[in-house]
Design a protein around this ligand. Structure first.
Ligand code: MEZ
Length: 493
């Protein structure tokens, strides 16, 4: 393997993060060359075509124009619905969204004794949660602490994170893992029952708790079972299309559209939780996405149109390693865990040009620079791509490691005749995560009384760049808080 000079500098940065984080001034990690790389080659930092919103609560905010079109669209629904005549359902807590955050919220709200109605655009469990692979972060091991977790996430988020939300996230990390473990999530464990943990990009400690490479699917399996076991009314194929407020401006329910009957209906609720996930399927700037088909920024649109501010809505995450070949899985997630296990990113000269565990925005920007300005990419049907040297994993850690740690990856490629244990794969950045979103406080509450939000549609926790595994954590932490607070609120509404 050839290592470029930049690779050596980049490796030194990653090693410094791991050994010195507690003693370093965090800002030192925002090295100038990294900043330059981001400005020039990161798809969002460098894009010129943001729309500046001229209407609504956030006058002057920048958002990608694909999202601005939705935010500014006129409601076609409320014109047609005569609300009071069309109240079809009545509940204490309405949960909008059937992914991890919505499910966690519904479970907690039920635990508080509230009646819960859950509507979801597709089916319960069809979500980005179910598609997350590499793991969930929590600082629960010796030598680690929520404070170190906090510093890692703050550095990764470019110091734009809301300090209180981030504190809430990291302090609840260990408890979230215990909760999932108790519910029956089959985390990877040593024979003595100790959880196995690994590194992710930008983490200074091993705190990624995983279920091989289908962590999200396993978590979603358990949450879905739990919701179904509770007395929760679930309405699939029924997206919420508009929020309803009462005469005091408090949340009062939502208008939903039933894909089966093709009718609108009103759900009246004492409190409402928005948990609709991300926006990858808006395909900003024509990028492919690792997201499921329901990810179309619905929660941002609902909240914004009701008057809730958004934060960093322009900041989305391009996961460095989306599948670039074969075309049938173009944009699908190739988990960061592959790089955590030592796989290198390699250009067409066979050179490694960046440490693979820098933060995601830095790695994605470097891949794009390598392919565009430097012309060091290779051709892969939809455009340029680079190699991810997957066979390194078994070479570094011994035969059988990939079979144990990456079975879903192996299976995804095997269908197309590619054995990732024997040959490298082609990758290119893919739209993966919405860093920004709805403004909430540490109770998951928006500025509208009775309206809560949790999960990927929320902004502030991760600043402008999230670290791997912190979203599986935030859907659990803030999903549970939202469910609890919304249920308590509904008693007085
Ligand atoms: O947190 C994520 O986005 C995640 C676990 C992704 C991955 O690469 O596996």
């Amino acid at each position: 393997m050839i290592y470029t000079e930049e690779f050596v500098e980049s490796r030194a940065r990653v090693e410094a993060t791991r050994t010195q984080r507690l003693h370093e001034e965090p800002r030192r990690f925002e090295a100038d060359e990294k900043r330059k790389l981001l400005r020039e080659f990161h798809p969002d930092y460098s894009r010129k075509d943001f729309t500046v919103l001229q209407v609504g609560p956030n006058k002057g905010d920048k958002v990608p124009h694909e999202l601005a079109d939705l935010l500014q669209g006129r409601s076609r629904v409320l014109d047609r619905v005569i609300c009071l005549e069309q109240i079809r359902y009545d509940t204490d807590v309405l949960v909008i969204g059937g992914g991890g955050a919505g499910a966690a919220a519904a479970i907690e709200a039920r635990k508080q004794g509230a009646s819960v109605f859950l509507v979801t655009k597709l089916r319960l469990g069809d979500s980005n949660t179910g598609m997350a692979e590499g793991g969930i972060q929590a600082a629960d091991k010796d030598g680690d602490s929520p404070a170190i977790h906090y510093l890692d996430a703050l550095g990764g988020g470019h110091f734009k994170n809301d300090p209180e939300l981030l504190e809430q996230l990291v302090l609840h990390g260990p408890e979230a893992i215990q909760w999932l473990d108790r519910l029956g999530v089959m985390f990877d464990k040593e024979p003595d029952g100790m959880m196995i943990t690994t590194h992710g990009g930008g983490t200074s400690r091993r705190r990624m708790h995983a279920c091989a490479d289908y962590s999200g699917a396993e978590i979603m399996r358990v949450l879905r079972d739990e919701v179904e076991d509770e007395n929760i009314q679930i309405m699939p194929y029924s997206p919420a299309v508009e929020l309803l407020l009462d005469e005091n401006g408090s949340a009062a329910g939502a208008v939903i559209y039933d894909f089966d009957t093709e009718e609108y209906a009103v759900v009246r609720a004492k409190s409402v939780i928005i948990a609709t996930g991300g926006s990858g399927r808006l395909h900003y700037q024509g990028f492919p996405t690792s997201n499921h088909y329901g990810s179309t920024a619905d929660g941002l649109v609902l909240a914004y149109r009701a008057g809730v501010p958004l934060i960093y809505a322009e900041a989305v995450q391009y996961h460095p390693t989306g599948a670039a070949y074969p075309p049938q899985i173009y944009g699908a997630l190739v988990t960061e865990k592959v790089r955590s296990l030592g796989a290198m990113l390699v250009n067409k000269d066979g050179a490694a040009f960046l440490h693979p565990l820098e933060t995601r925005d830095v790695v994605a920007a470097a891949i794009i620079r390598e392919c565009t300005a430097r012309k060091k990419g290779v051709y892969a049907l939809h455009g340029p791509a680079l190699w991810l040297d997957t066979p390194m994993v078994n070479l570094l850690h011994g035969e059988g490691t990939m079979e144990r740690s990456l079975p879903a990856m192996i299976r995804m490629y095997r269908k197309f005749g590619i054995d990732i244990r024997k040959e490298p794969i082609l990758i290119y950045p893919t739209l993966h995560y919405q860093n920004g979103g709805i403004c909430i406080d540490t109770d998951s509450a928006t500025k509208i009384p009775g309206l809560y939000a949790a999960g990927e549609d929320v902004g502030g926790i991760h600043g402008t760049n999230r670290l791997m595994g912190n979203s599986l954590l935030d859907i659990i932490v803030f999903g549970r808080i939202a469910g609890n607070r919304a249920a308590i609120y509904s008693r007085t509404a």
